[in-house]
Design a protein around this ligand. Structure first.
Ligand SMILES: Cc1cc2nc3c(=O)[nH]c(=O)nc-3n(C[C@H](O)[C@H](O)[C@H](O)COP(=O)(O)OP(=O)(O)OC[C@H]3O[C@@H](n4cnc5c(N)ncnc54)[C@H](O)[C@@H]3O)c2cc1C
Ligand code: SF4
Length: 576
């Protein structure tokens, strides 16, 4: 620990290692920070712990047929045994495994079970995300303080709405403008179509429940490539639903297809892969952060880089880890951590509940293509006021699909009869699953292990995050309501299911370095700027004051673009 700069520049001069801005991490939020800062003329260094992944060139499975994989896309059992964590991730298989970590390479300590799903490479999880992009409504910014389960957000919907529009336009988000208050309209490309069963089911649901809307998903998919997308080198989505392999058309938004190449074109971007960020360097005389210390993942050498502003975008829990590891005489418990709350109030999404059933009829109809998006049902609980025995809301993903004939009619998955049946369409099915808000609590936290370190000498992250009775009540309500909603929609043979997943597998971890008005109860101000270290901005999930019920990444993009704009204005004024 020490405030003085014990500089590690490995032969290069400090000037050679100096930039206007440093961005830690190159995933969804880091890609946006890089684009915005480079476009505004800042020489920007992006430090990424993983390997480089170039758009198109590094998508080895993108155009492979399932018959070209030795196990038709499944992983060998030995791999599954050695990787019990990462093989649980949605979409993980032999077609996508190169974009996920291996368990043994990146250990952490689970004081309570927590499935920490990660993708360490240039592009981060932007290559493998599900791409759902609903907006928060104004009420989710108000609910935690209003209903007494959180602190007040320092910003509201009107502060972020123009930035939502801005990032939606560039990234390319499709969806319908449905005029629903709990999931506001946006700057959308044309929506995907409902299939014939969905059209009928949604009409029936709406007839019984006028406040429960089944709408087409808002998704980061180019249903139509506008000039701004063509300029990025991207084209229209071909509805093949192989997105998590990397898309040769650039049909979905990723850092690799969109923000990073755009930043590169400005001539202001330097990306340094294999750079494991160890800590942020704080200079007590200057009373600000002056750079970032990395360990080169290949040579194991520490190197320091310097910049006027630093954006933390390593993904929620890694940003917490780095900040907790950034100790100095001024901040002995982690950067900017006067409140002692860094690492606390970790929250996530409740993904435990699902419901499904069968649909009779419609045997003579099918659908075109493999739509890479789902329908959504915006939240209808505790909206505008708390009227349930739990706090927070939930949304749902849903849709109708047709099984293959083989699934119902053939018992043995082998032989000619099975092959023939595979080519025939089977029954229609309908499903629904929850994405529920969880309550940010001080007792849900991450910390640094005092004993254990990784191969680069950085303390391991300790996770201590649990579901609580509020989550159970919210889940119970969803299971009852989803069953009733499906029944209203004409779905038969309905079953509901609690998968009892541990937190983390929902892949929407948030908090630990939350925004707020009061430095005593938060780490960041309304511009995502550390209250006590003004030239450090945290714009990934670590900044979240509460989770709401909507998928979070489009909000991280909007917050990042907004914070970059503010940072550059402050730099110009000489305030940073
Ligand atoms: C299967 C799956 C489906 C998902 N579906 C959706 C969805 O539908 N909608 C949605 O909104 N979200 C979804 N998400 C979540 C989404 O991927 C994340 O919210 C998003 O990627 C977060 O962006 P980020 O920039 O914070 O982190 P990431 O995209 O993870 O990027 C962080 C980057 O930082 C790097 N890094 C980490 N530590 C260090 C370090 N010490 N030094 C240097 N670099 C470091 C990482 O390697 C990574 O490249 C999904 C995630 C998964 C895995
Ligand atoms: S569905 Fe669209 S975005 Fe996904 S891989 Fe196919 S073309 Fe690309």
């Amino acid at each position: 620990m020490g405030d003085s700069l014990n500089v590690n520049i490995n032969g290069k001069s400090a000037a050679q290692n100096s930039y206007d801005a440093i961005v830690v991490g190159s995933g969804i939020s880091g890609g946006w920070a890089a684009k915005e800062l480079c476009e505004k003329g800042l020489k920007t260094l992006v430090l990424e712990r993983g390997r480089d992944v170039k758009h198109l060139k590094d998508y080895p499975t993108a155009t492979m047929g399932s018959w070209q994989f030795p196990y038709r896309g499944q992983m060998p059992l030995s791999f599954n045994k050695e990787n019990p964590l990462i093989t649980k991730a949605a979409g993980f298989d032999d077609t996508t495994d190169h974009f996920f970590i291996k368990d043994k390479d990146h250990p952490y300590v689970q004081e309570e079970p927590f499935d920490w799903i990660r993708g360490y490479q240039v592009g981060g999880k932007s290559l493998i995300w599900g791409r759902a992009c609903p907006r928060w409504s104004r009420h989710e910014f108000l609910a935690p303080a209003r209903d007494g389960y959180g602190i007040e957000w320092p910003i509201g919907y009107d502060d972020i709405a123009p930035w939502y529009s801005y990032v939606e336009g560039f990234a390319g988000i499709c969806g319908n403008n449905d005029g629903i208050e709990s999931m506001p309209d946006g700057n959308y490309l044309p929506p995907f179509e409902f299939n014939c069963v969905e059209k009928d089911v949604r009409k029936k649901i709406h007839a019984k429940y006028p406040d429960r809307h089944m709408i087409q998903g808002r998704w980061a998919q180019l249903t139509k490539a506008l000039p701004v997308h063509l300029e990025q080198g991207r084209g229209q989505c071909q509805t093949r639903d192989k997105c998590m392999r990397g898309c040769p058309f650039g049909g979905y938004f990723s850092s690799n297809s969109s923000t990073l190449p755009w930043a590169e074109k400005t001539g202001n971007l330097t990306i340094r892969p294999h750079s494991v960020v160890h800590s942020v360097i704080y200079d007590e005389t200057k009373q600000k952060a002056v750079g970032v210390r990395i360990i080169d993942a290949l040579s194991n050498q520490p190197i320091d880089y310097f910049a006027k502003i630093i954006f933390m975008n390593a993904s929620a829990l890694n940003t917490n880890l780095i900040l907790l590891n950034s100790t100095s005489n001024r901040f002995p418990n982690g950067l900017g951590n006067d409140s002692g709350l860094l690492g606390k109030y970790i929250c996530h999404h409740n993904y435990r509940g699902s419901a499904g059933g069968t649909i009779e009829g419609y045997q003579d109809v099918y659908y075109y293509g493999r739509r890479p998006a789902e329908s959504m049902m915006p939240n209808f609980r505790n909206f505008k006021k708390q009227d349930m025995d739990f706090v927070g809301g939930y949304m749902a993903f849903m849709g109708a699909y047709r099984t293959r004939g083989a699934e119902a009619s053939v018992k043995e998955e082998i032989g000619g009869e099975y092959k023939d049946a595979l080519a025939e369409p089977g029954e229609w099915g309908f499903y629904m699953y929850i994405q529920g808000e969880t309550v940010p609590k001080e007792s849900n936290f991450v910390a640094l292990s005092k004993e254990k370190k990784d191969q680069w000498g950085i303390p391991l992250l300790v996770t201590n995050v649990k579901y609580d009775s509020n989550d159970e009540l919210l889940l119970k309500d969803f299971l009852t309501q989803s069953s009733e909603i499906l029944d209203a929609g004409g779905v038969k043979n309905i079953t509901t299911h609690d998968n009892h997943w541990a937190p983390g597998r929902d892949i929407h971890e948030m908090g630990g370095c939350r925004m707020g008005k009061d430095p005593k109860t938060s780490l960041l101000n309304g511009w995502n700027q550390m209250h006590h270290v003004k030239n450090v901005f945290v714009t990934d999930g670590a900044c979240m004051t509460s989770t709401a019920n909507q998928s979070p990444s489009i909000l991280y993009m909007a917050l990042t673009a907004r914070a970059c704009n503010h940072a550059v204005e402050e730099l110009k004024k000489g305030n940073l």
